[in-house]
Design a protein around this ligand. Sequence first.
Ligand code: AHM
Ligand code: MG
Length: 358
Amino acid sequence: MATTTKKTSANGTSTPAPAAPQPGNRIVTLDEFIIRSEKDFEYATGELTGLLRDIGVAAKIINREVNKAGLVNIIGVADGSDNASGDTQQKLDVYANDKLIECLQNSGECCAIASEENEDIIQVASVNNKASNYVVLFDPLDGSSNIDVNVSVGTIFAIYRRKSDPSGPATREDFLQPGTRQVAAGYVLYGTSTILVYTTGHGVNGFTLDPSIGEFCLSHRNMRIPDNGQFYAVNQGYYSKFDLEMRRYIDHCSDQNYGLRYIGSMVSDIHRILIQGGIFLYPSTRKYPKGKLRLLYECNPLSMVIEQAGGKSLTTQLKRILDMEPRELHQRCTIAIGSPRMVDELNAFVERYSALPL
Ligand code: AHM
Ligand code: MG
């Protein structure tokens, strides 16, 4: 806390001296933090810094629209559209997708984009003839089926270095890289306050949007997930469709009196688990035999954040998510992610009860 010393004037009254600036209390904006952290990057050319800044700008624009969603004609299903994964697109999905693409295209800091909402990759024209070395992937508005009922939604993003020759167009292979190759990943949660959380592989930091100055300010430095937790997050409505090992584990959670917390918006569920501890599960169901969530747009970036914060993330067949070799842009996978001790506990149930060879 800042301390003040009192000056005594000639007439004996005292006035507080101005508080000396305390380094720990100084506001650190996202832009300042990114620029200061540039030295941590293996290839510090300023491109990655620019990309993270672009995502921050798009997030502010999306946040503004999400916050007034009930006031303007922007809630509800977009006209006649399903996205690349066959899910219904909300108007705000389309809006968020357009804004992210626009911000990234304007700066030209990446050479191509892949979005959960687009079938194929989008090439980005170079700006000032500068060849870019990065590709960006995102889920522009995760959990958007919740938007009409004022439940928190989020943007998830991942950045990779391209593999193809920078003098030519980007290729699908630039995107089909395992999660271990992500150079940065994070999310923005449009919740009771708006927070941007990201990692470049050197820990996890969170920045809360201060609406009075329109800046993301460092609020959660070096985030660490609790080793263990008291909450589990799973759509228990599908219980009877889960494999035996998942049902046994869920029974165990209930026996242990763990609290069930499921928002149905993965960013929100993961953010709670990052702060309070717990486990999030999306196993295979009859409808989604390979799991529902997308490896490249949802599971990889959130797994990088959680692992960087000290957590674990596996498929429910016990493969580390970040080691998965993607074959398709819109590939789905199962996931068990969260506090390391809870993921280990789940692991033991799978080893014990799974009917499939692991
Ligand atoms: P979306 O990207 O189309 O919004 O779908 C992903 C969402 C996740 O946020 C959430 O965890 C999950 O779908 C909820 O699915 P379900 O309703 O089957 O539980
Ligand atoms: Mg999603």
